[in-house]
Design a protein around this ligand. Structure first.
Ligand SMILES: NC(=O)c1ccc[n+]([C@@H]2O[C@H](COP(=O)([O-])OP(=O)(O)OC[C@H]3O[C@@H](n4cnc5c(N)ncnc54)[C@H](O)[C@@H]3O)[C@@H](O)[C@H]2O)c1
Ligand SMILES: Nc1ncnc2c1ncn2[C@@H]1O[C@H](COP(=O)(O)OP(=O)(O)OP(=O)(O)O)[C@@H](O)[C@H]1O
Length: 538
């Protein structure tokens, strides 16, 4: 059944009857409102019955609704037509004004056209703003170009028009600060400032490809400990690399022992002694990791300087940074050894600790290099952590909470994410400043540019203990007065991509973190009333 009464307005009158105003015209908003009411009201079908009056009434209402719509549509087109006439009128008026000025000048006004022309070359925007295409400029008695009036009048209303009357553009040059030095010739490749216009020519971070100039000969395989599946894949990979590709293989001392316990065949596999690890980057062309993200972090931590390209195979549970499936390792390695490889240049942070007792700022502990993040927290202490934070000597804030995470963009999907930081594409250069459980309502995480140096200082009157950890490892205690200084390291970790940097990142956030996973809404159910109208249902 239809509702017994029509919906009423606040005065208790029916909406349809209130549409007629005193002067006989319908208010267009009221019209639209009434249409909405009708649209809501009419599609409801009457329950089968014999009430002929109701059917008749419904037909009558439909007719009224159609008539109302026609009125409102007619009104809209009338408004558009009026606007078009107004525009034409204004254009015509401007033309006449122009002609008037020209006549006035030709009849007695003096005009130093040459000097004016030399001083002022109209730019493209101004040209476009001219009402017609008069290219000759001329002057009135007071020496100001007549068309300048017109142009400037127009220009005032158009912020895109450049005012260069009586003025030459000041020239400038840009310089790039680099550790105190003002140089940065390489930035010219990215930003140009020719003729006072600053333009970016290239993007500073792009998809990068690695092409071998000579055939890679040595591969280092790093594996997650205590995993049978990893051990099996490792043994298979070593055999294939040696037999099929004639590649030298390095493994960790522990892994060499494991391989030899399996077969004396693996005698050719090389390893290193503790103090030789610093030279590894000079011997190795490619690093393969077999494990999860922790193994990639482990691989990065082995290189305190330059890092060879890393190919991360997935043998863990999450594998955010491990896009290669271990089952297809032959196929992938074959392609990678041939090249070119699409890579993600993962920036690292380098940290130093300056103790309160240090004689000067050069007496430091470190460097500690991190691929994910450095965390400064309260450790096992149950007291609130107080950390004074500075960015390039400017005070940032006092962190009062469980601690602070300084993260790379690669680490943005790890601990920083869990603490409420944003997810950032690993190729974006930046440092994430993410508090851990801050005891304030307004402490939002920050993303700072990659060139800054951050200093986290433990106040001398700190009541609790403070700890720093690097990629979740190597915990060290910070005493009151100690400081941790952190900046971008010059040695990134180049990791091979399965497809490319962006596809791999998006694949990881979808597959690994189930980002924005929600059942898709079905298309049946209520719809926006304006959609119904467009579909012609009414
Ligand atoms: N509350 C947390 O989320 C929390 C707490 C402590 C440490 N962590 C993270 O664990 C990292 C150490 O990893 P681990 O494997 O040695 O320890 P772990 O074995 O405890 O594993 C930590 C988890 O974090 C994941 N992870 C690591 N790096 C990641 C990254 N860049 N993006 C997305 N996920 C990532 C790993 O896959 C793993 O599932 C630390 O750097 C820190 O970021 C996270
Ligand atoms: N070669 C290694 N030597 C010593 N420790 C390692 C080595 N590789 C990885 N680890 C450590 O083992 C731990 C687990 O490694 P990883 O994260 O790779 O495996 P996982 O926990 O199974 O993977 P996921 O985190 O994806 O579940 C990490 O803390 C990592 O630092």
């Amino acid at each position: 059944m239809y509702p017994r009464e029509l919906p009423s307005n606040s005065n208790g009158n029916s909406n349809v009857s209130s549409l007629q105003t005193e002067n006989g015209y319908m208010d267009s908003i009221a019209l639209l409102d009434s249409e909405k009411v009708m649209t809501k009201f009419l599609p409801q079908q009457p329950i089968k019955g014999d009430d002929e009056h109701l059917i008749e009434f419904s037909e009558a209402l439909r007719t009224v609704a159609k008539a109302l719509r026609r009125v409102s549509e007619g009104k809209a087109s009338a408004v558009a037509e009026a606007a078009e006439w107004k525009r034409k009128y204004e254009l015509e008026r401007a033309r006449n004004l122009w002609k008037e000025n020209e006549e006035l000048l030709s009849g007695g006004g003096y005009c130093d056209t040459k000097s004016q022309k030399a001083e002022r070359v109209p730019n493209q925007n101004e040209m476009r703003n001219l009402v017609n295409d008069h290219s000759e400029s001329c002057c009135r008695k007071n020496g100001i170009c007549s068309h300048e009036f017109l142009k400037n009048e127009k220009a005032e209303s158009n912020p895109m028009v450049v005012h260069n009357k009586n003025a030459k553009k000041a020239s400038f040059r840009l310089q790039w600060g680099c550790n105190g030095e003002k140089n940065g010739q390489h930035m010219h490749d990215i930003v140009s400032f020719e003729r006072g216009n600053i333009t970016t020519k290239e993007r500073s971070s792009k998809q990068i490809f690695l092409t071998w100039k000579s055939q890679p000969q040595t591969v280092l395989i790093l594996t997650k400990p205590n995993s049978t599946s990893v051990r099996v894949v490792c043994a298979e990979m070593v055999r294939w690399l040696k037999d099929q590709k004639k590649i030298n293989v390095y493994v960790e001392p522990r892994v060499r022992i494991e391989l030899l316990s399996e077969s004396s065949y693996f005698n050719f596999v090389q390893t290193w002694k503790d103090d030789e690890v610093v030279l590894l980057h000079t011997k190795v062309d490619l690093v393969v990791t077999l494990g999860g993200d922790g193994t990639v972090l482990w691989a990065a931590s082995m290189f305190k300087g330059p890092v060879p390209p890393v190919v991360p195979f997935s043998l863990g549970s999450l594998g955010f940074m491990t896009p290669f499936q271990s089952e297809r390792h032959r196929e992938y390695l074959d392609a990678i050894l041939k090249g070119p490889i699409s890579i993600t240049l993962r920036h690292r942070l380098q940290c130093h600790v300056i103790r309160e007792a240090a004689k000067d700022e050069l007496e430091t502990e470190g460097p500690f290099l991190v691929l994910n993040e450095v965390t400064i927290d309260r450790g096992i202490s149950s007291f609130l952590t107080n950390l004074e934070c500075y960015c390039d000597n400017s005070f940032v804030t006092l962190v009062q909470g469980d601690g602070l995470i300084l993260s790379t963009t690669s680490g943005s999907t790890a601990y920083s994410l869990a603490a409420g930081g944003s997810m950032v594409h690993p190729q974006v250069p930046g440092i994430l400043f993410t508090p851990i459980c801050p005891h304030s309502l307004s402490f939002r995480p920050l993303i700072l540019p990659e060139y800054v140096t951050l200093r986290v200082q433990v106040p001398l009157n700190s009541r609790g203990l403070t700890w720093a950890s690097f990629d979740g490892k190597d915990r060290i205690q910070l005493e009151p007065g100690d400081a941790l200084v952190c900046s971008m390291a010059p040695w990134p970790v180049p990791t091979a991509c399965q497809v490319d940097s962006t596809s791999d990142f998006l694949h990881s956030i979808h597959d690994g973190l189930h980002w924005n996973l929600r059942k898709t809404q079905s298309f049946d159910g209520p719809q926006d009333s304006s959609l119904l109208r467009d579909n012609g249902s009414l």
